[in-house]
Design a protein around this ligand. Structure first.
Ligand SMILES: CC(C)(COP(=O)(O)OP(=O)(O)OC[C@H]1O[C@@H](n2cnc3c(N)ncnc32)[C@H](O)[C@@H]1OP(=O)(O)O)[C@@H](O)C(=O)NCCC(=O)NCCS
Length: 164
């Protein structure tokens, strides 16, 4: 089945760019954190859907720390790569930076790890393709992702699953 063709992280990588305008500002005149979170989730979801070739939903977002403000007039750049896959879940790491389009100076503002679940035609979790690890960086990211996923599932087990 083509949908289960193994894929490399590079083949599904996504980079979203958006110019920050006054409509994206918070009360201090910098970019609103919620907008950054939305764009991070969007970039992550696209990478996950490219990997799964299925609709994917967000099941977990690890904590997000904003290291630097993003200013109006800068480009917000979200670079998303698949780092780890389970049977039906896909972890994507998104690096965010702000770029001054005139000077090309960039500032790393934050990174986030998100987990998506691929859905079958019945709306239930379905199997995803294997991730092909090509580089040492891919292998390191996989090991870290596997560890994070173990911690998330341990937390879920401790906290109990929400009623649906
Ligand atoms: C995603 C959803 C379908 C999973 O349903 P579920 O009954 O928990 O299914 P499962 O227990 O089989 O889990 C499916 C996968 O998610 C993973 N998962 C579930 N909860 C998780 C969590 N808190 N953190 C990380 N992974 C999690 C499981 O490990 C499993 O992955 P695996 O097959 O690779 O091991 C369901 O939780 C849901 O619909 N959530 C709402 C999604 C949503 O609306 N998102 C926001 C808009 S996109």
């Amino acid at each position: 089945m083509t949908a289960l063709m193994p894929k490399t992280p590079e083949s599904t990588r996504v980079t979203l760019h958006q110019l920050m305008l006054p409509e994206h500002a918070n009360a201090l005149g910098n970019v609103h954190g919620g907008l950054i979170m939305k764009m991070v989730d969007e970039a992550g979801a696209i990478a996950a859907m490219r990997h799964a070739q299925r609709q994917c939903v967000t099941v977990a977002i690890d904590s997000m720390t904003f290291r630097e403000p993003v200013h109006l007039g800068e480009l917000l750049v979200c670079d998303a790569r698949v780092t780890y896959v389970g049977r039906t879940s896909i972890e994507v790491t998104v690096h965010v930076h702000a770029e001054n389009p005139i000077t090309a100076v960039t500032t790393h503002t934050n990174s986030a790890h998100l987990v998506y679940v691929a859905l079958g035609d019945d709306g239930r979790p379905c199997e995803v393709p294997r991730l092909v690890l090509e580089t040492d960086e891919d292998r390191r990211a996989w090991e870290e992702g596997e560890l994070r996923q173990k911690e998330r599932l341990a937390r879920r087990a401790r906290e109990g699953r929400p009623r649906t």
